[in-house]
Design a protein around this ligand. Sequence first.
Ligand SMILES: NC(=O)c1ccc[n+]([C@@H]2O[C@H](COP(=O)([O-])OP(=O)(O)OC[C@H]3O[C@@H](n4cnc5c(N)ncnc54)[C@H](OP(=O)(O)O)[C@@H]3O)[C@@H](O)[C@H]2O)c1
Length: 295
Amino acid sequence: MIAQTDLTGTFTLPATSMAVNRMGYGAMQLAGPGVWGPPRDVDGAIAVLRHAVESGVNQIDTSDYYGPHVTNRIIKQALHPYPDGLVIVTKLGARRGADKSWIPALSRQELIDGVHDNLRNLGLDTLDVVNLRVGGFTEPSEGSIEEPLKVLVELKRQGLIRHIGLSNVTPKQLAEGQSLTEIVCVQNFYNVAQRKDDAFIDDLAVQGIAYVPFFPLGGFTPLQSSILNTAAASLQATPMQLALAWLLQRSPNILLIPGTSSLEHLRENLRASTLQIPSEVVANLDSIGKQEKEF
Ligand SMILES: NC(=O)c1ccc[n+]([C@@H]2O[C@H](COP(=O)([O-])OP(=O)(O)OC[C@H]3O[C@@H](n4cnc5c(N)ncnc54)[C@H](OP(=O)(O)O)[C@@H]3O)[C@@H](O)[C@H]2O)c1
């Protein structure tokens, strides 16, 4: 049985003084259904954010296109003025259509407007970390990111952004990004069943760059695996706790941002940071990713 909360030590983003606990929180689930409009329970959303921070979470992932604008405003309502050491990571690269669609927004003006929207809605003068989000819904697509990244570099020079990360990118795009500016983190789709970035994670670990998996619990289609369920039961943990603990054990540069709108799930997820997975169980869990690759 897992009892207490340990946030699994800190990771310092490269070339920064930002040391974050590896167990963070992703705020996307705080908007309404379909990441659109206000949540059904605003007080509940505020309670989730406050409990996360009171428990020691000091990295929150967000975007102004969640809602749109909703999630950032709730973060501000719940936590502003922000405690020292809290790192809010936002992302740019999309906007929402009136039909709730997700539309790429990578033009110079869209990126500039996006930074100002984030600053205003979060109540900040400078954004701690901004991820440039490119590619498709869950998969990166090769191609130059120079044009939009140069805009973020310019905004960094103006003092509106402290640090830059990339989201949904390939190793080649990372290398291109690094030729233009310091990249402190990469946020891609990865979890116990989605292992395409295995080699990329190892390379980023060598470089000291944070890897932040999005959909760590499967996202819109939560993880379902009999192997995961059986292994979790054997450790008196829940499958979601085991999926998170597996990520923490996978590599020291992995930072977690599981999303939830539920206080109960938040508590459960935070407790995952104390779960130690024996090597034979890790080997068993590794077979989930191998099975996925076969399909
Ligand atoms: N860069 C990108 O392109 C990108 C894309 C997607 C997401 N993100 C970021 O990544 C963060 C995490 O992704 P995500 O929230 O979409 O997916 P996720 O963390 O993989 O899973 C969230 C889903 O799992 C459920 N859940 C959470 N904890 C649970 C638990 N202990 N037991 C059972 N169900 C649980 C949540 O429902 P409940 O609310 O009911 O708990 C929600 O449906 C987001 O918040 C966002 O900040 C980034």
